[in-house]
Ligand binder design. Sequence first.
Ligand code: ADP
Ligand code: MG
Length: 258
Amino acid sequence: MTNKLSQAHLKSAASTEVIIEIEKMNKWYGAFHVLKDIDLTVHKGERIVVCGPSGSGKSTLIRCINALEEHQEGDIIVDGIKLGKNLKNLEHIRTEVGMVFQNFNLFPHMSILENLTLGPIWTRKMSKSEAIETAMTYLERVKIPEQADKYPGQLSGGQQQRVAIARSLCMNPKIMLFDEPTSALDPEMIKEVLDVMVDLADTGMTMIVVTHEMGFARTIADEVIFMDAGDIVERNNPEAFFENPEHERTQQFLSQIL
Ligand code: ADP
Ligand code: MG
């Protein structure tokens, strides 16, 4: 790969300030124990890549962090707020934590510009003109300002995912979560989305990214986490993680995807 992804590892912006703290967190779907005693500390500006086999609980973990899923035991503290049933907290969390999904999740009946201005106008109480200005700034950042008046169905997958990233950024989140953002894309579109994410990492955004794009992990990750069957099996800086994975399950997984 050329340019961004072949750069040396991006300098970390991680600070000592903790922005996500997960302690002894357990989650069940009915009788199925999906997340087991999860401990995870994320500092402001830190970039975490999460990988692991299908069904290991990666999506569930990040969905718990923005309270799209409830956990049953242990604590999740995000931006100083303990997640629970308090609805006001939920609203705060959803505003501060942006999420990008595998399938873009844009509103198909709204133009790109309307997709980007909806949240800021209704949740951030921005004026329409300010919301449009913000939207155009982020569309320029993801390099598709000329698509503003189109509808999602008129864009390629890569363009739609860049819109989805821009839409999250319009809310000015403190944390961005990505759930396999490139796995629904044709190969030639993966790089344009990863490049936008590398740029975002460069701005110092706190990011948790579920992905199997290991070149991307090497470029931006401060820490790579490997999950299997609801456990965090291994975590390390990318160099050690890829060169010397400790656990057999990690070695096996890496031998399958690399
Ligand atoms: P991953 O993202 O690593 O593929 P998921 O977090 O999506 O894994 O799922 C972990 C496990 O939980 C899987 O076995 C999956 O079938 C199960 N699961 C996911 N969502 C639900 C749900 N809403 N209800 C019941 N089981 C679920
Ligand atoms: Mg998943």
